[in-house]
Design a protein around this ligand. Structure first.
Ligand code: PEP
Length: 267
């Protein structure tokens, strides 16, 4: 695993949204990166049906990822999509363990860990999601729950694997509510300490993202929060006008330093 200093990652998650007509949004996002590159990694995770076309629209300027992958390799798993298929379609990243997969598809931490391993086998960068429910936070268990999810959802890291951990409190996703700065610092600091204890210096290149109701209006405050290396964005990644506004804010934090665009190496 490399120990390069982390670059900010701004990642979108389209969920079950997106038809061919929406690829104009990817095109407009790519234009923004072409005009104002910044020292950022930009990724949009789209439904599998759109990956190949989104890669074309992104024109090498933003990385395209999948939203989930099977823990299995090719076989009799009707309707599932494996990591090799994502890679074959042009994806360079994948989200695993999103709370909507955990909730609606009953994915356990062990399944999430197996999916991360399958993704690494195909050299896909992975965003591993975790976060507490509103009830768990009210009961004072947010740190415990997130720490346990991290321990069980993140396998022993593979040399060269590109990993981000996305802290996405379930009560913040799509709700318009976000945790306080202190609460984000507490959770991400707890997770960072756990990674350091478990993996030592090899954990340094693991990025810590915040996700949940990120908008242009709160992106600056979130990006300025200690331990935040980037953001995972749902609703505000669907429209280029909003996503590009967030990219502009992130560029102010990480201005261009004469870096070549190498989005194929993402993210
Ligand atoms: C998400 O689902 O990953 C997410 C962060 O959604 P939203 O930004 O819409 O809250």
């Amino acid at each position: 695993m490399s120990e390069e200093p982390t670059r900010t990652l701004i990642a979108g998650n389209w969920k079950m949204h997106g038809l061919r007509a929406q690829l104009d949004e990817i095109d407009a996002m790519a234009c923004s990166v072409r005009e104002r590159p910044g020292n950022l990694d930009v990724l949009v995770c789209v439904p599998a049906t759109l990956i190949a076309r989104a890669v074309q629209a992104a024109d090498g300027l933003i990385a395209i990822g999948g939203e989930d992958c099977s823990a299995e390799e090719a076989g009799s798993f009707t309707g599932d999509i494996d990591a090799e298929m994502l890679r074959d379609a042009g994806a360079t990243s994948v989200i695993v363990g999103h709370s909507e997969r955990r909730r609606w598809h009953h994915e356990t931490d062990a399944i999430v860990a197996a999916k991360a391993k399958a993704a690494w086998q195909q050299d896909l960068a992975t965003i591993i999601c975790l976060g507490e429910t509103g009830a768990q936070r009210r009961d004072g268990n947010a740190l415990k729950v997130c720490g346990e999810q991290l321990a069980a959802s993140l396998p022993t890291i593979k040399a060269g694997a590109r990993i981000s951990i996305a802290y996405e409190p379930l009560w913040a996703i799509g709700s318009g509510e976000i945790p306080t700065r202190d609460d984000i610092v507490a959770v991400l600091g707890h997770l960072r300490a756990a990674l350091d204890t478990r993996f030592g210096s090899a954990a340094r290149s693991i990025r810590m993202l915040y996700g949940g109701s990120v908008k242009p209006g709160n992106a600056r405050e979130i990006l300025d929060t200690p331990h935040v290396d980037g953001m995972l964005i749902g609703g505000s990644s669907l429209l280029a006008v909003e996503f590009n506004a967030i990219l502009d804010i992130a560029r102010e934090r990480s201005p261009a330093v004469n870096c070549p665009l190498a989005q194929d190496k993402l993210s």
